[in-house]
Design a binder for this molecule. Structure first.
Ligand code: 13P
Length: 255
């Protein structure tokens, strides 16, 4: 069902790294120097929010914010809205990363509100979903994925999805930062399952329009197969995106 001619999307999620703008700048420089412009890949860099403007001014990469709040403005100390991100010309936002679900108790309902706010402000969501190790061991992964996708997309219309660059990242929590990864078959099954859920909620056209990414211990050795052999449209990369030459190597696999 996936379109193999679609450019592959490679997203760098820097999380709460690096700790100085100087390091962020040199990371961007290393990435820039390591890759060739290609219409076969689409790169999105998601740095800590305080670096966004400066990176935007100094590079041509598409940028994403790692999180947004669901209200547009007001007394919400410490939060950043989709409107603020839009006014900074940010085009993408990660929503519902498992680290936020875990450390900040983000719920599926909050994730849904954030998606609504992003879409209202023309920011394309990168929705993160995925099961824990316990859920996998107890054979609950499919149910967890179904619930997460259905709740995240509650009240979201087909046209909102079709008119955005909506992406769903399958990130099994047990694979994040652990060096453990699912098998090719498991990644392929997750990709098919997510398209099936979207197809059931909307239709086939919507399911084909959504990009599905894999994330969790991606490196330059496993990256190509995780996309090429599974039907995934790209990758969401944490640790390996903090090593500029390793990240560039991954991008170049698809160039
Ligand atoms: P790692 O690539 O470090 O496993 O992190 C994946 C991730 O959480 C990206 O959002």
């Amino acid at each position: 069902m996936s379109n193999f001619n679609k450019p592959k999307t490679i997203v760098a999620n820097w999380k709460m790294n690096p700790v100085s703008f100087g390091e962020a700048e040199s990371l961007i420089k290393t990435i820039k120097n390591g890759i060739q412009e290609s219409d076969k890949t689409k790169i999105i860099i998601c740095p800590p929010v305080v670096y966004l403007s400066k990176i935007k001014a100094n590079s041509s990469f598409d940028l994403g914010i790692q999180n947004i709040f669901w209200e547009d403005e007001g007394a919400y100390t410490g939060e950043i809205s989709a409107v603020i991100a839009k006014n900074l010309k940010i085009k993408y936002t990660i929503i519902g990363h498992s680290e936020r679900r875990k450390y900040l108790n983000e719920t599926d309902e909050m994730v849904n509100l954030k998606i609504q706010s992003a879409l209202k402000n023309n920011i394309s969501p990168i929705l993160c979903i995925g099961e824990t190790l316990k859920e996998k061991q107890e054979d609950q992964a499919i149910e967890v994925i179904v619930i997460q996708v259905e709740k995240a997309l509650n009240n979201i219309t087909k046209s909102q999805i079709i008119n955005s660059e909506f992406q769903i990242a399958y990130e099994p929590i047990w694979a994040i930062g652990t060096g453990e990864t699912p098998s090719i078959n498991e990644i392929m099954s997750a990709c098919l399952l997510i398209r099936k859920i979207v197809s059931n909620l909307y239709d086939r056209e919507t399911a084909e329009k959504i990009s599905i990414l894999y994330g969790g211990s991606v490196n330059s050795k496993n990256a190509f197969d995780f996309v090429d052999k599974t039907g995934m449209d790209g990758l969401l990369i944490g640790g390996a995106s903090l090593n500029g030459s390793e990240f560039a190597r991954i991008v170049e696999l698809f160039g």
